[in-house]
Design a protein around this ligand. Structure first.
Ligand code: AMP
Ligand code: TRP
Length: 331
């Protein structure tokens, strides 16, 4: 009997500190929706996080906190595989093999590498350069067909597709070419500088963390940069960013339509929009924060989830690695 091919999703988040609503809207929110429909694998990509300056004393805590964030946002370990990248040896093993078929010129083109090496001049390490190959290995190790991510990661998944194609051409059909899945909110902009994406690296004023208190959220939204005169039609203006955020957090679509009309007519009152936006963000994050606080009190449960996740992930990874070793002549 012919086997029915099921689709598979893979995505990862780096354990580098608190998650913000950009991570939530660009990535995790769609992970939660996908897990009910498609086999899903989600990873705390700790090896990737070593490419930036880090403190070994808090790395474990950051890994567990990222796992807690996944669970608090609604990843169900009965439905999805949730695990830590460094617990499964196949990631780095496959990355090495893929390194040997990836042209250096492809990596030199990566905009994230170019940006990060500008921002961390004292630590332009080989890992930072090779980061996209490890990311390709993450995806291909599970033969994932779909990769839900924020817009900043699209170039890396395009490269994973190229690497899959190259491997298949050279050694025989092995990997599906993974497709990118972007949310409507694939690029949430910074609150303090709306020409840049919301990011931990631009400081806490630029983002709303999933764990921010109501007072902090109100304060950050009230100080958020809006539009400056003629910037109104630009894609990178703050007013549009706030409106987009409002439309995804509010339940009643008619209110956001009204604000959008006011905006188009140049009549939008930020003194009205901002408190309402803060309020819908506060109420949307409340259940996540509640679950987060409960999980933080159950470290044993979180460890058990990660052990089970590792076992399931490892079984898939071992099968792929056996096939890869055979195909390239190592077995
Ligand atoms: P990271 O924290 O860099 O591991 O990112 C985790 C996920 O969040 C990735 O899929 C990113 O593309 C996504 N992401 C990060 N920042 C943003 C943002 N400002 N808007 C939308 N998605 C984002
Ligand atoms: N590079 C991604 C980021 O910073 C995280 C990541 C690592 C990832 N491996 C992945 C995302 C595989 C999707 C698939 O956001």
């Amino acid at each position: 009997m012919e086997q029915i091919k099921t689709q598979k999703i893979f995505s990862g988040i780096q354990p580098t500190g608190e998650l913000h609503i950009g991570n939530y809207l660009g990535a995790i929110k769609q992970f939660v929706e996908f897990q009910h429909k498609i086999d899903s694998i989600f990873c705390v990509v700790d090896y990737h996080s070593l490419t930036e300056d880090f403190d070994p004393k808090i790395k474990q805590e950051q890994i567990i906190n990222t796992a807690i964030d996944y669970l608090a946002c609604g990843i169900d370990p009965e439905k999805s595989i949730l695990f830590v990248q460094s617990h499964v040896t196949g990631h780095t093993e496959l990355a090495w093999i893929l390194n040997c078929i990836t042209p250096i010129a492809e990596l030199e083109r990566m905009t994230q590498y170019k940006d990060k090496s500008k921002n961390q001049k004292s630590n332009i390490n080989v890992g930072l350069f090779d980061y996209p190959v490890l990311m390709a290995a993450d995806i291909l190790l599970y033969k994932a067909d779909l990769v839900p991510i924020g817009e900043d990661q699209t170039q890396h998944v395009e490269l994973a597709r190229k690497i899959a194609r190259k491997f298949n051409n050279r050694f025989g059909n092995t990997f599906p070419e993974p497709q990118i899945r972007l949310n409507k909110t694939a690029r949430v902009m910074s609150l303090s500088d709306p020409s840049k994406k919301m990011s931990k690296s631009h400081g806490p004023k630029s983002y709303i963390a999933l764990n921010d208190s109501p007072d902090v959220i109100k304060e950050k939204i009230s100080k958020a940069v809006t539009d400056s005169g003629s910037a109104k039609n630009s894609k990178t203006n703050g007013g549009k960013n706030l409106l987009d955020l409002f439309s995804v957090f509010v339940d009643d679509e008619s209110i956001s339509k009204q604000f959008e009309n006011d905006y188009k007519n140049g009549e939008l009152q930020y003194s009205k929009l901002k408190p309402m936006l803060a309020s819908v963000i506060i109420s949307s994050l409340k259940p996540i924060q509640k679950k987060r606080a409960e999980l933080a009190k159950s470290p044993d449960y979180v460890h058990q989830v990660l052990i089970k996740g590792k076992e399931k992930a490892e079984a898939i990874a071992a099968t792929t690695m056996r096939e890869v070793r055979q195909k390239i002549g190592l077995l």
